[in-house]
Design a protein around this ligand. Structure first.
Ligand SMILES: [Zn+2]
Length: 191
């Protein structure tokens, strides 16, 4: 059997998980045609075939990381945890079932992005951020609007710092994640 590996998040994609988070991917995957990583949302240019038992492994740790890059990765990790936390709460607050599911999927994907940064930055744990209260965003449209602003901020962050990080691999990851967050901007505009 053929599996796939995502070279951005390092996850193995197989017949049990290829349709995870399908509600927020631009196209639905089939097992023979993986268009987007179901875990981090990276597009098919980053997805490679692997034969089972081949022992596929993607090393995410950047070598010779300089201090400035370490700080950039740390901030990116916090940004993604912040957004993951937001979507988790927003999925509980939202009234429309479709939006609830969308927020839950976006939460999963943003936490995966945070784990990518944890891994490349060599950090021990994901940060626990201060609890935020989003109850004043009492309507789905307000949550969507806030989500869209968060995504825009993430895109701007990745685009700006992709030019400043010390390794080609990290730059590639930032560019890939920027594209994912642009897709999320479209999603949170639509409804
Ligand atoms: Zn991935």
């Amino acid at each position: 059997m053929i599996n796939y590996i995502c070279t951005i998040c390092g996850m193995i994609i197989n017949d049990k998980n290829f349709d995870f988070n399908k509600e927020v991917l631009p196209y639905e995957n089939s097992i023979d045609n993986i268009k987007y990583c179901p875990f981090c949302g990276a597009d098919s240019t980053f997805i490679k075939k692997v034969d089972q038992g081949e022992g596929a492994e993607i090393k995410l740790t950047a070598e010779n990381m300089d201090n400035a890059t370490s700080v950039i990765i740390d901030h990116a990790m916090k940004l993604e945890v912040f957004n993951g936390d937001f979507y988790k709460k927003a999925s509980k607050l939202a009234k429309n079932d479709e939006i609830k599911i969308m927020f839950q999927c976006l939460s999963n994907i943003e936490y995966m992005h945070a784990r990518i940064h944890k891994s490349i930055g060599g950090f021990k744990e994901l940060p626990v951020l201060r609890e935020m209260d989003y109850c004043k965003y009492g309507e789905d449209a307000m949550l969507m609007d806030l989500a869209n602003k968060r995504e825009k901020h993430a895109v701007e962050y990745y685009d700006r710092y992709a030019e400043e990080v010390c390794s080609h691999k990290i730059k590639e990851i930032f560019n890939a994640l920027s594209r994912v967050e642009k897709g999320h901007m479209d999603l949170t505009l639509k409804k």
